[in-house]
Design a protein around this ligand. Structure first.
Ligand code: HEM
Length: 473
């Protein structure tokens, strides 16, 4: 990227939205729709601007080139915001998500290996079984004509899938009464969000009821996972066959932890199991829920997905992994839901050193928010960007001139691109195709009643749907 000394800009040259004298823009930043506020400010003040969170000046970038460069120049020039690590470590989470430098590199390798295409293909029977459980649950709703907060079932579905992949434990939280494990996990993301955005760690001095609840949930989760670690260690003892072909992520990590230059001590083992559960749960279940938000308003797309399912497979779910590639329409609907309602629209970073990107000088330690969803809502990248048009993702059917998939950064990018992307797409395609094959979906209430709530990831609030058995003839 060419830079000329003449036109170097610093953060002081950028505009800042008006805020209060002491707190700056903190009040707006605490709102549930902070990602949309940041998006609006990008329209008002330009793709690059600063906000003030109390005394801290933060760079906000909705600029595609700057965002790509920050994502790509990791781990050398940029890192995740150090506050994320602080908050994670305080909760006992030493994970690939908050690790940096060499430590991150060593943790990243076994995590990406556990989630690569070949492994995900091997996990397909798990995804299929959990999808069948989900379908049985939805079937119970059709008889009572109830309107359902479907997000809870999607959370249970993703926890069941990831728990089996992570440590081989068969949960059926979808059909059993809400498992306490799910209750504990659900507390964590909103608290991470509260703490990362808190100007002062008040919970350390005056813990609220929620802080106390979190502490007790973290203890319970730790107990459950350490028991799994103990069981896995016993299984691996003297079992060379299992050591050669570990049957789940935890077993693979335990073998990795025996290597000489390992970074996997007990804490990091625990941390990465929990990382998989946390990272795989909220993101995937929220995306599934947002997809139903659109399908509940567009019966014509439900019908298209159903026709496609009927032409590809005979059972209630795709019969094997290879059939997923033929579910082009389902994939298009999911891509469009991700573009319009990304669950991770903003990411938090920090500069490791003084860096210049495109003539913008970013000083060491500058906090940076990447507003990644802005670019996917620009006319120049997607014609008619506000409209839900899945056809734009099918080359032969795309009705629009502008279509630039690489501007959608829902899974991040560069060397830290989400390693669970493939798994989540397979889970979501299997679930959405199978649901539409059997059920009609209707959104309860007006779409405008359904709000976006950012709690580290964005979930729909007040999303209720009704299911009816489809008239399949
Ligand atoms: C719709 C589903 C998902 C979305 C939108 C999503 C999004 C993201 C994003 C934006 C990041 C940060 C990437 C970056 O810094 O460049 C990330 C990281 C990560 N994700 Fe996902 N994710 C999803 C599903 C999953 C699943 C299913 C798993 C595993 C079971 C997973 C595991 C991880 C891990 C371990 C990281 C940390 C990677 C690192 O720091 O090197 N994700 N994800």
């Amino acid at each position: 990227m060419a830079t000329t000394n003449k036109s170097i800009t610093t953060l002081n040259d950028l505009k800042t939205p008006k805020g209060s004298f002491l707190l700056g823009n903190l009040k707006d930043f605490k709102k549930k729709n902070k990602h949309r506020i940041l998006e609006k400010w990008a329209k008002d003040f330009g793709n690059l601007y600063t906000i003030k969170l109390g005394p801290l000046k933060v760079l906000v970038s909705a600029d595609l080139e700057v965002n790509n460069t920050v994502l790509k120049q990791r781990p050398e020039n940029f890192r995740r915001l150090s506050k994320i690590d602080e908050v994670f470590v305080e909760m006992g989470f030493h994970t690939v998500f908050n690790a940096e430098g060499e430590h991150w590199k060593k943790q990243r390798k076994p995590v990406t290996e556990a989630l690569n295409v070949k492994k995900v293909k091997g996990y397909y029977p798990i995804i299929q079984e959990k999808t069948q459980n989900l379908l049985s649950k939805i079937n119970t709703y059709t008889t009572s004509n109830q309107s359902i907060e479907i997000l809870n079932d999607f959370i249970a579905f993703t926890i069941d899938v990831t728990t089996e992949i992570a440590f081989g434990y068969k949960l059926n939280t979808i059909n059993n009464k809400k498992d306490s494990f799910q209750n504990h996990l659900e507390l964590i993301f909103p608290m991470i969000n509260d703490r990362i955005t808190a100007p002062f760690p008040i919970w350390r001095f005056f813990p609220s009821k929620k802080d106390k609840q979190l502490k007790s949930s973290l203890k319970s989760i730790e107990k459950i996972i350490y028991d799994f670690i103990k069981d896995a260690k016993n299984r691996l003892k003297n079992n060379q066959e299992l050591r050669d072909n570990p049957s789940n992520f935890l077993e693979a990590l335990l073998i990795e932890s025996e290597k000489e230059d390992t970074v996997f001590d007990e804490k990091t083992l625990y941390g990465n199991v929990i990382a998989l559960l946390l990272a795989g749960e909220d993101t995937t279940s929220n995306t599934l829920a947002w997809t139903l938000f659109y399908l509940g308003q567009h019966p014509e797309f439900v019908q298209k997905i159903r026709d496609e399912a009927n032409s590809v497979y005979n059972s209630s779910t795709p019969e094997n992994y290879d059939q997923i590639a033929s579910l082009k329409y389902t994939n298009a609907v999911i891509q469009e839901a991700i573009r319009l309602k990304p669950t991770t629209p903003i990411l938090f970073f920090q500069a490791n050193k003084d860096v210049i990107i495109n003539n913008l000088s970013i000083a060491k330690d500058t906090s940076i928010i990447l507003q990644n969803s802005f670019t996917s809502m620009q006319e120049e990248n997607f014609t008619n960007p506000e409209s839900f048009s899945p056809n734009r993702w099918i080359k032969s059917e795309c009705p629009y001139q502008n279509h630039t998939p690489k501007t959608v950064k829902a899974f991040g990018g560069g060397s830290r691109l989400c390693p669970g992307m493939h798994l989540s797409l397979i889970e979501m395609t299997t679930a959405i195709s199978s649901i539409c094959k059997q059920f009609d979906i209707n959104l309860e209430g007006k779409p405008t009643d359904i709000q976006e709530n950012f709690a580290f990831t964005v979930h729909p609030e007040n999303l209720k749907v009704k299911f009816k058995s489809a008239n399949t003839n």
